[in-house]
Design a protein around this ligand. Sequence first.
Ligand code: PEP
Length: 247
Amino acid sequence: MRKKIVAGNWKMNMTPSQAVALCETLKPAVANSDAEVVFCVPAIDIVPVVKACEGTEIKVGAENLYFEDKGAFTGEISADMILDAGATYVIIGHSERRGYFGETDADVNKKAKKALEKGLNPIICCGESLEQREQGITFDWIRMQVKLMFEGFAAEDVAKCVVAYEPIWAIGTGKTATTEQAEEVCKAIRDCIREVYGNDTAEKVRIQYGGSVNAANAAELFSQPDIDGGLVGGASLKPDFGVITHA
Ligand code: PEP
């Protein structure tokens, strides 16, 4: 049985003091969820959010890392920094990082490897654009992204990862994929992992759906056999997130 995982992606929102105030609002709302609850927050918010969430079940994550250990990489943060700050998860390859900051599949692969090497749990994103969906190449595209994100991984490492299926056209647009669309791609991701790494790994890996998840649609999406929770942007900044974590 896979434990559901519901992660909030705060993106570039919340100053440190706002972040602490948001934690105080969200803590009672997300308490006693059967799912693993993760707040993925801006780097500067990790330390105060970890402190604010002490004594709760909430896990904290970063939104990115760099694949080198340390050195002259101005503006980047390392896996060791994230861990020492008290976070245990990290989002890798979000479509906003791929789209605005030029992250490639090779970068995503290196970042995921580094996260695992250091003991951080990666949430690795994939997803097609509207154009790709309309061209009918969604499944080919997603299978390629999944194979590239895990290139060179041992099966037991794949099993430790969370894959987030996030159709780009559904992120921050209020346009959610239908339950059928979300499930069929999440199933395709699991099938692809099964083909390459075997049934055991495919049954262990957790696959989230992300893209305009809200309090009204979360329960149906998360009840699908291949959807093990969600990666939630906009709604993770609202008390609604509590409803989503209990969906
Ligand atoms: C996201 O940021 O990963 C996301 C899915 O955003 P939203 O829920 O706002 O669409």
